[in-house]
Design a protein around this ligand. Structure first.
Ligand SMILES: NC(=O)c1ccc[n+]([C@@H]2O[C@H](COP(=O)([O-])OP(=O)(O)OC[C@H]3O[C@@H](n4cnc5c(N)ncnc54)[C@H](O)[C@@H]3O)[C@@H](O)[C@H]2O)c1
Length: 384
């Protein structure tokens, strides 16, 4: 059985979707659409699909089971709602939407549709994250206490050349929404709900309407605490999540995608075991065999190495669809991530802490990440 897929938005990332679908060997790409027809024709030509000038034309002519939405973020909600209204399912690129209001509108359209929405957060789907989520979820690594989440990336001036970049309308926000959201989503996926955020966001160098760096401190519902930093000004790029639990330190250190080798776990010194070995419990022995750390739950959970990329998520999605299961990255499961991003902007712009429970539909930042703050005040709020 094959899944009929389509793609709306034929720019950079659409090629990853097309390639990943093709590599599953269980899909057929029936149509692609772009408002720039030449782009649609190029992608269609490569994969033997038909090119259309809009999602509306595509849906009128084809009968896809699933449509990837790979347009700029400002258009995601409207396009997703149109696809759902046609009864089809959606794979929505990150960031899924630009506000909680848009997210709830898409969720409402999903409720009324035979189709479903899943979001691309490929870093949930590599084998490292699957192992980490399982072990942390079962408490096998001990209680999480301290977290560090870093997205230190570099975007040169030329990155902001396309009209939609650097604007609230087109891009929706800076590295918090557009880039750090990958790590933020993985952090929340691993540690569960957050309670309070205190944040600062500044524009230091790039020609954008919002921040190019943001920093937040967060308290989780579990009482664990963490820091989150998102930057587009960091030449040696790094994406890192570190979680200190009662049992050890779990860490993933990569840039745009990890493999198993990018994950490490250092067990907390075990006083009882150290005593039997006659060593100081505060001193870690380099020799794993001597200290018994090869038996730690992380090492024991190793299996097939699946790097985190579009192929990993799309493969799982097609598996899930063909098996009649839901896919892990539902729209609903990504709401805490959008709430986190919303609260970070709200805290940075107002200078006050934000609780997750504050973010009701009448909250000033529910409809827009800039909270409809007057222009001069908004610009001032990103001054260091
Ligand atoms: N998951 C990831 O790692 C990852 C990486 C890069 C980009 N992205 C996301 O993918 C999306 C697209 O990014 P990109 O870098 O490919 O952008 P892009 O500018 O290269 O491509 C976007 C395409 O959408 C087309 N388009 C715009 N409005 C349209 C509409 N209404 N209908 C049909 N086509 C339309 C444009 O003409 C363009 O060809 C963004 O949401 C971005 O954040 C995700």
């Amino acid at each position: 059985m094959t899944v009929r897929v389509a793609i709306v938005g034929c720019g950079n990332i659409s090629h990853r979707h097309a390639e990943a679908y093709a590599n599953t060997g269980r899909t057929s790409l029936v149509g692609v659409a772009d408002i720039v027809e030449a782009k649609a024709r190029t992608l269609a030509g490569k994969y033997g699909a038909t090119a259309y000038a809009s999602v509306t034309e595509l849906l009128a002519a084809e009968d896809p089971d699933l449509v990837s939405v790979t347009t700029p973020p400002g258009s995601h909600a409207e396009i997703a709602i149109e696809i759902l209204a046609a009864g089809k399912s959606v794979l929505l690129e990150k960031p899924p939407v630009l506000s909680l209001a848009e997210m709830d509108a898409v969720a409402e359209a999903e409720q009324a549709s035979d189709g479903s929405v899943w979001v691309v957060f490929q870093h949930r789907h590599g084998s490292g994250a699957l192992r980490a989520a399982d072990l942390l979820g079962r408490g096998a690594l001990g209680r999480p206490l301290v977290a560090v989440c870093e997205t230190l990336w570099f975007r040169p001036l030329s990155y902001f050349d396309p009209d939609w970049r650097g604007t609230w309308v087109g891009e929706g926000g800076g590295p918090t929404l557009g880039h750090g959201i990958h790590q933020i989503d993985l952090l929340l996926h691993l540690l569960g709900p957050w309670r309070t955020i205190n944040a600062t966001a500044v524009r230091l160098d790039r020609p954008v309407e919002f921040e190019d760096v943001s920093i937040a401190s967060v308290i989780f519902e579990s009482d664990a605490v963490g820091t989150v930093i998102n930057s587009l000004l960091s030449p040696r790029e790094l994406s890192r999540i570190r979680i200190d639990t009662a049992g050890g330190t779990l860490e993933v250190n990569h840039v745009y995608g990890y493999a198993d080798q990018d994950w490490t776990f250092h067990s907390a010194p075990d006083a009882a075991k150290a005593a039997t070995l006659g060593i100081d419990p505060g001193v870690r022995k380099a020799d794993a065999a001597e200290t018994g750390v090869e038996d730690d739950p992380w090492t024991a959970s190793a299996g097939d190495d699946v790097p985190s990329n579009h192929e990993a998520q799309i493969n799982r999605l097609i598996d899930d669809l063909l098996a009649g299961r839901t896919h892990d990255t539902t729209l609903a499961s990504t709401r805490p991530t959008m709430e986190f991003v919303t609260a970070l902007y709200a805290s940075a712009i107002t200078g006050r802490p934000v609780r997750r429970t504050d973010l009701t539909p009448d909250h000033p930042f529910y409809r827009a990440l800039h909270g409809d703050t007057p222009k001069t005040e908004l610009s001032e709020s990103f001054r260091p």
